[in-house]
Design a protein around this ligand. Sequence first.
Ligand SMILES: *[C@@H]1O[C@H](CO)[C@@H](O)[C@H](O)[C@H]1NC(C)=O
Ligand SMILES: *[C@@H]1O[C@H](CO)[C@@H](O)[C@H](O)[C@H]1NC(C)=O
Ligand SMILES: *[C@@H]1O[C@H](CO)[C@@H](O)[C@H](O)[C@H]1NC(C)=O
Ligand SMILES: *[C@@H]1O[C@H](CO)[C@@H](O)[C@H](O)[C@H]1NC(C)=O
Length: 516
Amino acid sequence: MVFKLLFEYILIIWKLLVCCSIVSYKVNQKGAVKKESKLLLFQDKMPPKKKDELKQILPIYNADKAAPLFWKYQQYSLEDRQLFDAFFLNFQKELQIKMTDNIYTNMEFLCQSIGSKIHPLFKQVTLDEQIETKTLKQIDLEDQKKQLEAENIAKSSKNVKNQIQPQVDQKNQKKDDQKGNAVTSGKEDQKKGTKKDENIQQGGKDPKKLTELELQESEEEIKQEMLPYLLISTQRIDYLTMKMIIFQLPFTNINTLKLHNNMFDDETLELLISFFNSDVSQKIKKLFFEWNNLISSQKRTLFFQTVSKSIYIDNLILRCNSLQDEMTTIISQQLIPSTTAQSSNIKFLDLYDNQIGIQGFQQLGKMIYKNKSLTTLGLCKNGISNVSEIEQILISIGKYPMSEEQYQAYRNSEKERDQIIERNKKLKGKKLLEAEPVPELEAIEQITENKWAITRNNTLSMLNLSLNQLNDESVERFENFLQVVHDNFQVILSFNNFEQRSKERLKKKFNKKIAL
Ligand SMILES: *[C@@H]1O[C@H](CO)[C@@H](O)[C@H](O)[C@H]1NC(C)=O
Ligand SMILES: *[C@@H]1O[C@H](CO)[C@@H](O)[C@H](O)[C@H]1NC(C)=O
Ligand SMILES: *[C@@H]1O[C@H](CO)[C@@H](O)[C@H](O)[C@H]1NC(C)=O
Ligand SMILES: *[C@@H]1O[C@H](CO)[C@@H](O)[C@H](O)[C@H]1NC(C)=O
């Protein structure tokens, strides 16, 4: 027994060392090859397995039970799902020991073990194939022509198709190639023909929204592009594939998950929910969940609740999910620091284009007032036309000088509070239940010799209100607001309806605190 443990321990340390050296490779096209050979090396050198330690993996699909012939989106039956769950539970150790930091190798191994076909997204492209496509891309105009023709046919025969295929530009394409982990591209989808299209059709969305995907690369996002990420865009992911993805994800160095327009079914979404509820998700720091409104899903509330109370995620990007007031309220509530459990750790929250209304903004404001972790809030393109809609947010930030009366009233409440605390201290035993609630007082700060101010300088330091319909009638409120916020606070008001004159005035007066 002791010997077995020791053996496992050494194996883990050894694996870690090898993994670290692999991770240090820059993953570019050549790197991918290097990495490959390194991995082979690793397998060669691996100490011989002891037969009695690891079970033989019995595939789910075999001669008796055939796997679906071609990959096709599957909504698996309860029976099938239980079979998959049992498989992963039963062979957990045997499968885990084979996991590497390469998502393609992992997925291939898992599929082989199960006896299923691999999702086309995870089919490994060989270097030869990569070079071939690269050359094609550069010189073969015929290819482009064919693509255009295909698009035209698609447009005329099925409108839906074009709507769900985001156009991947060269820049993105290149970025994806370099990652090695990033998957999907519009072009590849096209090559793979109609089989897949028919499976993802229902994901059809407002075509306008998709083209905007490329416009909004915030600085934050560009920084994130440097990190290894997994992107699944405009693809339906079946239960089994999701099960495999989640199983191997902790072994990779992926820390950003991007899920765009995926039409999750409830069972698959449930896998994601339990993933984010558990420690195995701790490497995922950034979650992009976009164009997935989940309107018809029974797991909608639970999903948004789970990801927004995550203690691991620090960047939560929920653009274009039709969150409206209902989900915005749910999300805001999770972000309020908890006194009983570990609090959410979200610092960057992007709620771009979610049709949020006054109620949602009020909840967000209340959350900001309670402060804690949030530093950036994105509310772009939510149709805000009157600054009064976000009043609750504005009054939760800044430093508010108190009048003499306010100050005296404050000191009086402070005395009352202290008396309550004293009275509560004297209670013992059963009487403890009768303790009076202690009123919470805001923090105050002395600003001049005899002037005090309430300080609501919580952690929030950027409010992005770009692409709304705010106009000159809101200028005065923003002026008052910017006078009370702390020096490092910035509000973004670009692409609103301000007159040039007002813009210049605000800029002159507040400089770095405002971007117009
Ligand atoms: C504000 O949001 C818009 C739209 O998402 C984005 O393009 C812009 O970069 C953001 N600004 C900052 C300073 O993050
Ligand atoms: C806000 O955060 C500060 C610093 O972490 C803390 O002192 C203060 O009590 C918090 N305010 C509320 C209302 O939770
Ligand atoms: C903005 O909202 C405030 C308060 O609801 C209202 O008094 C004001 O007339 C509104 N302004 C516009 C332009 O609608
Ligand atoms: C608010 O900011 C002031 C300085 O501007 C600082 O002294 C004080 O500790 C801050 N309060 C909170 C609650 O962060």
